[in-house]
Design a protein around this ligand. Structure first.
Ligand SMILES: Cc1cc2nc3c(=O)[nH]c(=O)nc-3n(C[C@H](O)[C@H](O)[C@H](O)COP(=O)(O)OP(=O)(O)OC[C@H]3O[C@@H](n4cnc5c(N)ncnc54)[C@H](O)[C@@H]3O)c2cc1C
Length: 467
């Protein structure tokens, strides 16, 4: 416990009443606590680990740092040095101070909801002599998510990493096997493959679905698989790890796959998904319901029960830092009592999904499979990025595909894989969010020779198809 937190506890005594308690100070909690404190509310933020949560220390920031270093051809040692610098050496002193400077009172410890007392909600923090009981009018649950270990027999007996372990590791495994071909698995497989190649290190990736990034349009995962294979990754799709065991002869672990093959690993990096962190929080005591996936069920204002709000990964809704931040601003607006306005509402179907491999991926709106499940009849048009002037000049390629609703005559979804798509595809994120008419989109002139020019032919094709 830091000195500031000890001071806070001593000053508060064992009972304290505030307007708002924020449980968990990651991407979501940090923003909502700061916004409300700056608006004059008394806010107590409870954090059991690092102020800032996963993103700056164990997730987005260190993973992007490694990927950028790998793309720049930096050696492993330099990449690790930069990663740790970008991740503030996993020291949250600056973040804690920043929060307190905004007027948020920070309490270190694990929080648990006790129940209601009339209109008030009660939260306990810590145990024994240090136990605090907080009473508040509103509670914001922002406790994030945990990595899930898949049910592979013997996996708990071999040397595994979660993504957080991998992103804090100083050593480079000679043989790394990544389980899971979602965004985290793909990003880390590429980073470790590129950084490990000069050391003779190998990376294999195992994915149960028949392609990588299986929730996106098929071309996206196929392009990323090709890129990973070009980086030397042994990509295996449509197979599942069944058993793991230590094998002295192999000098590591052996993973047996259900196609009869096996892989030898010095480390198994488990990237098979995350589970909302709701266990043991006492949420049922205040009437919070969980979805069948264990997430806090919220309405479109992120409210879970009277006086209880939930934001970030714990809701299971579009689990990205940008959603967490946007939901935090929305809840802060609700609690400040400002008139709800469109800018404070999170348009979940228009939240972009990025994967920061090389080539990168950016997608928005339902995938073709999701659209089919929703019974939506969409028309689509695509463009090969190699066909643009920028593609000709750089020798690079990729693909963008856009889906429109022929009745509404608006773009409802788009996906792209290729150079810098995370930068130039936001035009279509805006189009989906604002329901910009196809006429307007198709009539937009893009500068020559940018990647954005790739949007023009498919948009004109969609306009013609939707007349
Ligand atoms: C490897 C990886 C890479 C990623 N890259 C990206 C990316 O590039 N872009 C992107 O948008 N998203 C990315 N994400 C997702 C992103 O990290 C999460 O969506 C985001 O961090 C969620 O923020 P949060 O506030 O909900 O949770 P967290 O950041 O996890 O914060 C929750 C906090 O609550 C605390 N806590 C939990 N329980 C309690 C309790 N009972 N009492 C007190 N405190 C508690 C925890 O200690 C934690 O600090 C990535 C995720 C991973 C795993």
């Amino acid at each position: 416990m830091g000195a500031a937190a000890v001071e806070e506890r001593d000053r508060m005594g064992s009972q304290q009443q505030v307007d708002v308690v924020v449980l968990g100070v990651g991407s979501a909690g940090e923003v909502v606590a700061g916004e409300l404190a700056r608006a004059g509310r008394s806010v107590l933020a409870v954090e059991s680990d690092l102020v800032g949560g996963e993103c700056p220390y164990y997730a987005c920031v260190p993973s992007k740092s490694l990927l950028l270093s790998a793309a720049a051809g930096l050696p492993w040692e330099e990449a690790v040095r930069r990663r740790d610098e970008h991740a503030e050496h996993r020291d949250d002193a600056g973040a804690a101070q920043g929060l307190q400077e905004q007027g948020v009172r920070l309490l270190r410890g694990r929080g648990e909801v006790l129940g209601r007392d009339g209109d008030a909600l009660q939260v306990a923090v810590g145990g024994g002599d240090a136990r605090q009981v907080l009473t508040c009018h509103d509670l914001v649950v922002a406790t994030g998510s945990d990595a899930v270990l898949p049910p592979v027999e013997g996996l708990d007996q071999v040397a595994t990493w979660t993504s957080a372990d991998a992103l804090a590791a100083q050593e480079l495994p000679a043989r790394l096997v990544v389980l899971g071909g979602g965004p985290v698995g793909c990003e880390l497989a590429q980073a470790f493959a590129r950084l490990g190649r000069p050391h003779g290190a190998t990376v294999a990736l195992v994915e149960t679905a028949d392609r990588l990034l299986a929730t996106e349009a098929a071309f996206v995962g196929e392009a990323v698989a090709a890129a990973l294979r070009a980086d030397g990754v042994d990509v295996r799709v449509g197979v599942t790890a069944q058993r793991a065991r230590v094998d002295d002869a192999a000098g590591g672990s052996v993973l047996e796959l259900d196609d009869g093959s096996s892989l030898v690993a010095d480390r198994v990096l488990v990237a098979t998904g995350r589970r909302p962190r709701t266990a043991g929080l006492g949420l049922e005591r205040v009437g919070v319901e969980l979805t069948d996936r264990g997430a806090v069920a919220v309405d479109d204002r992120w409210q879970a029960a009277p006086g209880v709000w939930a934001i970030g990964d714990v809701t299971g809704v579009a689990p990205y830092t940008h959603t967490a931040n946007a939901a935090a601003r929305a809840v802060a607006a609700s609690l400040r009592g400002v008139e709800p306005e469109p800018s404070t509402r999170v348009d979940v179907p228009a939240v972009p999904r990025g994967v920061y491999t090389d080539p990168a991926v950016l997608a928005v709106g339902p995938s073709p499979e999701q659209a089919r499940t929703q019974g939506r009849e969409l028309v689509s048009a695509a463009m090969d990025l190699a066909g643009t002037a920028r593609g000709f000049l750089t020798g690079k390629g990729g693909r963008v595909e856009i889906w429109a609703d022929p009745v509404e005559r608006v773009v409802v979804a788009a996906a792209a894989v290729g150079p810098d798509v995370d930068a130039w595809m936001h035009e279509l994120v805006l189009a989906v969010h604002a329901r910009v008419p196809l006429e307007v989109l198709a009539g937009t002139v893009h500068a020559f020779p940018t990647w954005s020019e790739a949007l023009e032919p498919p948009l004109r094709e969609l306009l013609a198809a939707c007349r």
